[in-house]
Design a binder for this molecule. Sequence first.
Ligand SMILES: Cc1ncc(COP(=O)(O)O)c(C=O)c1O
Length: 436
Amino acid sequence: MTDGPGPASGAESAGRATPGARPGPTSGGESAAAGEAVRARFPALADDALAPLDNAATTHRPRAVLDALVRFYTEANANVHRANHRLGMAATEAYEGARRRVARFLDARPEEVVFTRNATDAVNLVARGWLEPRLAPGDVVCVTALEHHSNLVPWQEVCRRTGARLAVLEVDDEGRLREPVELPAGAKLLAATRVSNALGTIVDTTALVERAQAAGVPVLLDVTQSAGHLPLDEGTRAADFLALSAHKMYGPMGVGVLRGRAERLEEMQPVAFGGEMVESVDQHEARWQAPPWRFEAGTPAVAPAAAFPPALDLLDELGVPAVRAHEKALLARLLEGLAATAGVEVLGPRDLEERSGVVSFVVPGGDPHVAGTVLDLAGVAVRAGWHCAEPLLRRMGRGPTIRASVAVYSTADDVDRLLEALPDAVASCRDGAPNH
Ligand SMILES: Cc1ncc(COP(=O)(O)O)c(C=O)c1O
């Protein structure tokens, strides 16, 4: 499966397998850049023991990221923004350099990039630091029905604390936002995902953000499942806030990003207080640093932040549009294979253009966790469960699902391994136990 077409070519149309006659591995739509060609850079995938199709939960990391982690601890190990010895300066440069690199990736300014623990932390910061002081009883906070719990529960909580009301933009039976999208009157914020982690739905965030901002409603976009998988759209650029996690885009665990427009960060209150976020302190009062440092109290996740840029370098080297083309071709192959597998029902939009490389499916009458175990035994890693999107799956009239998700290093062979193991998994999960 090595010599595919050039990065963006061929990938859009390839991977259209027919039942029983799947295309050979080389015709799975892989680009020369993504897939097998890039997989060698990921040490965790070296032995090919497990087809990695659980990438929506976390991706693997290329050697360049692992090396950067080791390099930080061996060559720049010091705390940031304080020591003026050479290691301290190296650590500060690594950390602030990472901020500049993230800003470049997101088409933002470095001062607009706040390092957080993860996407969840970024959403919570906006909920408590920006929204809560603006909410009064009866105000409305708007979310979509597609949200991960991390972009739902913080808003529920802020409504509970202030007496505001949570309004939900509903989805249709394919899990697409129901048109026309009507924003409720009096909404103080719209929080929406760019891609559903449970259904793979791509939200037209350009239209959504335009509509919200025209109505004077600030927007937070959860780009955790789109960053590195879909090119930046206009809505993503224009949103007031973006939340993401490095570990979902080939970077280390332990660091996430809140990108806030400069004027919004100026308006936001810190929610964690202590060292480093202050400019000066007397016994009874403190003055805060400017954003973004105001929001980074205490010692930050310096090493994970410092090791994030090589992941972004990889994405820029391949080009996110080419990554999308690669993942879309594999998605097409996977959807065709699933459609040809008896006993399986796929959730989410029917149109490929409206789907990311995340595919949820169910076996009616079967236990998805048993299916997950059988697939693991067959050397395929998928996720079985609610995917932190319980209200959405209930809205779809479903429970836990089996979820396969592709990434830049995924290959047609990974997809085929899943499809080949699936009939056994379907039979076993209906029986309630692995057939082994
Ligand atoms: C769409 C979406 N938002 C937010 C999150 C939360 O990410 P984290 O657990 O890294 O904070 C996830 C994780 O699966 C996700 O898929």
